[in-house]
Design a protein around this ligand. Sequence first.
Ligand code: HEC
Ligand code: HEC
Ligand code: HEC
Length: 104
Amino acid sequence: MRSVLAVPAVLAHLVLMAVPAFAVVGGGEITMQNKGGSVVFSHELHVDGLGNACQACHPKLYTTSKQHKPVTMKAMQAGTSCGACHNGAKAFSVKGNCAKCHTK
Ligand code: HEC
Ligand code: HEC
Ligand code: HEC
């Protein structure tokens, strides 16, 4: 009896809980496909988690994924795109740590 009655309650709870999850931070999660393996960039981590203002990246480093022009690792190691921060000083370096960004 108890478990049967619990089902609708759990579902209602999940629906309520889902609302904040749809409050996307900035541009949300951006997947960048490339031959090093796909990279997911998280706005939630970089904005809410690390306290960066939008202007830390927009519009100097990035606009939108539609306008995305692929950057090479070599260019990132020279300080563009992710490498503007991931330089071993502000954040872990693009000269290593491959698996931190390339997840697949
Ligand atoms: C640490 C860097 C960084 C910060 C800070 C940042 N963004 Fe982004 N944003 C990105 C990247 C990377 C992309 C993807 C651009 C690309 O693919 O060339 C992006 C893309 C976007 C897009 C386009 C989404 C799409 O699907 O094309 C929007 C909208 C956006 N950001 C809004 C914001 C807003 C609003 C803030 C501040 C609350 C913010 N961003 C802060 C890095 C950042
Ligand atoms: C405005 C500076 C800035 C830019 C630009 C930036 N990041 Fe970051 N990122 C950070 C900082 C700071 C941290 C946390 C410090 C650290 O882990 O070294 C971080 C952490 C991360 C992490 C968390 C790793 C982990 O699991 O601990 C990932 C993944 C990441 N960044 C990916 C990216 C990617 C991909 C890009 C480019 C599309 C990017 N970042 C651009 C500043 C930046
Ligand atoms: C801070 C996150 C980050 C780290 C660390 C990182 N990459 Fe990348 N890498 C990216 C992103 C993002 C792209 C796609 C760039 C774009 O589309 O503009 C990329 C693109 C690539 C590419 C395709 C472009 C090219 O240069 O040929 C290769 C291959 C690659 N990475 C290999 C690596 C290897 C190997 C490492 C470790 C030595 C590494 N990456 C470390 C984020 C990272």
